[in-house]
Design a protein around this ligand. Structure first.
Ligand code: 4AD
Ligand code: MG
Length: 476
């Protein structure tokens, strides 16, 4: 007989049939009732064992132990569940020393503590819910693009370029630290390195995705991305996952429409498929917010917020308008912003959050940023000052998407690269697309973990990726 998933048993009204369930003990009371969880859903199944069971087995039924149970699904006599399993045979697959098991705690363990035991935190309700939702969102990403006819392009993880030009790359090398081969002028001789050149982990698959789009028209990437920015915030990871669609013949407007539809689609997918998990997470958030002062609590519940996003258009404003709103804001006038506000600044998180949380109270797409704070590849606007960029700002998160129409004109692109000291020789392959049949195109990058944060209502990005990599932290 094959294993029955607890989710299937709990969702069915059927009774009086034999099953085999396997999972981990969440609790055991009165030497008779086991709450068993196998991760297929939030809920535990109640297993009722015979009071006359073998005592040596009963002793091994402790929180955390792995069990296999053969039994019959019956209508439950007790409150709280429709069905339960009357055990015929209990097999201990793996014992768990209750004294040493870190999740034995009666009180709900803090998220900080659970981060220290990230290898075990999957066994909690919160992380079960988060990672089931994360899975659904990932699946929805592929479904959305597949249904639209996009090609999933696997861009490289090891590259020789720094797509964003921010110099925040992790080096990839097999050169020794001692007696590192050097050229006559004393600089490191990368000819001796594995790839015969200096290489790093990718900060974005965009440049390669653009090459694909110039033949396949509609592509997307979805892969790990690495940034060595030393920002120890609740929004930054050194290793995160990014989704980057790139579409030939799209302009900025079409790019915004795609991003908006995409976000709505994946949020709706989670609402449709993860109701139980989201309800649990919504309740968790309510509890968490009780700790905060009244004015910092969110006005909407988690599910309400997600439904709101699915049914309302995002606000669209230019960067220039955004700065104007900030300058006119009571927060600015009362000197509440820590960072300076004037045209040309790279908006700080406090500014972005003011726009979405206080001013518009919905996601906002900001377009046409000053060219000096954006990457070289963005299409230059006719005003000579701004580029056809778009960032999507989400309540509680800040920037969740960054994208643009791309500079498809070879002369303009080369001129901008020269101004920004980016080698046109090294990126000859990128420029070739502009030499051979260039076409308008646009794309964006969605930070997957920031999206998972938004949908789950979790507040720290370390809690929505199974094994977070942040400065000074790469355990597990
Ligand atoms: O705005 P970014 O840097 O844009 C790009 O990389 C473009 N090449 C995307 C494109 O147009 N194809 O990053 C895109 C998104 C951000 O909006 C943010 O959501 C996320 O990636 N992101 C991070 N997420 C977690 N940790 C970090 N350190 C992140 N850096 C960026
Ligand atoms: Mg950005």
């Amino acid at each position: 007989m094959t294993r029955n998933k607890i989710n299937d048993i709990l969702r069915s009204d059927q009774t009086n049939y034999d099953v085999i369930v396997k999972g981990w003990v969440r609790s055991f009371r009165n030497n008779q009732f086991i709450a068993l969880n196998d991760g297929s859903c939030m809920g535990n199944i109640q297993i009722v064992i015979d009071l006359n069971s073998n005592e040596s087995i009963i002793r091994k039924i402790t929180t955390g132990a792995a069990l296999s149970i053969a039994g019959q699904v019956v209508a439950s006599q007790g409150k709280g569940q429709k069905v339960e399993v009357k055990a015929k045979e209990v097999t201990i697959l793996g014992e768990c020393d209750a004294e040493k098991f870190p999740l034995q705690l009666k009180n709900r363990p803090s998220l900080e503590y659970l981060r220290e035991i990230a290898h075990l935190r999957f066994r909690t309700n919160t992380f079960g819910a988060v990672f089931r939702v994360r899975h659904s969102l990932a699946f929805a990403v592929h479904k959305f693009f597949n249904d639209l006819g996009f090609i999933y392009l696997h861009t490289p993880i090891v590259t020789a370029s720094d797509a964003e030009g921010a110099g925040e790359t992790f080096r990839v090398t097999t050169l020794p630290f001692e007696n590192t081969p050097r050229k006559e002028d004393g600089t490191i001789d990368f000819n001796e390195d594995f790839f015969g050149r200096s290489t790093n982990l990718t900060v974005s698959g965009q440049l390669e995705a653009e090459l694909g789009a110039m033949a396949l028209s509609e592509v997307y990437t979805f892969g790990p991305t690495f940034r060595a920015e030393n920002s120890n915030t609740a929004r930054h990871l050194a290793e995160f996952w990014m989704i980057e669609p790139e579409v030939a013949f799209n302009d900025l407007e079409a790019n915004m429409d795609l991003a908006e539809n995409f976000i709505r689609y994946i949020v709706q997918y989670a609402l449709d498929h993860n109701k139980e998990d989201l309800e649990f997470l919504a309740q968790r958030l309510v509890e968490e917010e009780k700790q905060k002062p009244q004015q910092e609590r969110s006005e909407m519940g988690l599910i309400e917020k997600l439904e709101f996003v699915c049914s309302n258009k995002f606000e669209r404003i230019t960067y220039t308008e955004a700065i104007e709103i900030l300058l006119q804001s009571p927060a600015y006038k009362k000197k509440k912003f820590q960072y300076e506000v004037k045209w040309g600044i790279d908006m700080q998180s406090e500014h972005e959050r003011y726009l979405v949380e206080k001013h518009f109270r919905k996601p906002v797409i900001v377009t046409d940023y000053p060219k000096d704070i954006k990457a070289f590849y963005m299409r230059q606007n006719d005003d000579g000052q701004t580029v056809a960029a778009m960032d999507i700002l989400a309540p509680g998160i800040g920037e969740i998407v960054g994208g643009s129409q791309r500079e498809e004109r070879l002369d303009r692109l080369e001129q901008r690269m020269n101004e920004m000291n980016i080698s046109t020789e090294e990126l000859y392959w990128y420029l070739d697309t502009r030499r051979f049949g260039t076409a308008p195109h646009a794309g964006f990058g969605l930070g997957f973990e920031r999206m998972v944060l938004f949908v789950t209502g979790m507040t720290n990005i370390r809690d929505v990726i199974p094994f977070p990599r942040t400065p000074k932290n790469a355990e597990f």
